[in-house]
Design a protein around this ligand. Structure first.
Ligand code: NI
Length: 164
């Protein structure tokens, strides 16, 4: 099982590299990421979270099949935004409301290396935006006001310390 890395691992703050060719090792990585996401009871997982700095992520929201996005780009966003609580497998135990566009249009490649576009809204749109951020070294906490983020991280460090 792939291990999920947590903050402050460097890979979580770096821009991931494009995938040049969708080959068997990329498909295997994606399938292993889907297994790790399910094992952790997550709804999305980006490659940097398993210490692989490449541009792909997997998502599975309720009642949906697992979805794979390779070299994804957001090509459209709604003007309307929504506030929704987010968490992250790389920041276990921390949750915060984040404001993002309500809907997005994303372009990516599938496991056969074929391009596709998807219009998403609601939870799926939210997870796509969260996971795409991971490919750019951005965490959901980075969308919060600085004071709130620092307060949460301070408390988070304290909680980690208490467990050890
Ligand atoms: Ni995350």
């Amino acid at each position: 099982m792939l291990e999920i890395v947590t903050i402050p691992a460097d890979v979580l703050y770096q821009k991931a590299q494009p995938i040049r060719e969708v080959n068997a090792s990329i498909v295997e990585l994606a399938d292993n990421m889907i297994d790790a996401m399910h094992a952790a009871q997550g709804i999305g997982l980006a490659a940097p979270q398993v210490d692989v700095p490449l541009r792909l992520f997997v998502i599975r929201v309720v009642d949906d099949e697992p979805r794979l996005f390779i070299n994804p780009e957001i090509i459209g966003t709604s003007v309307e935004t929504v506030r929704m609580e987010e968490g992250c497998l790389s920041i276990p135990g921390l949750y915060a409301d984040v404001v993002r566009p309500r809907a997005v249009e994303v372009q990516a490649y599938n496991r056969r290396g074929r391009p596709f576009t998807l219009q998403a809204e609601g939870l799926l749109a939210r997870v796509i935006q969260h996971e795409l951020d991971h490919l750019n070294g951005v965490l959901f906490l980075d969308h919060l006001a600085e004071r709130k983020r620092e307060r949460m991280l301070r408390n988070y460090d304290a909680a980690q310390y208490a467990q050890s």
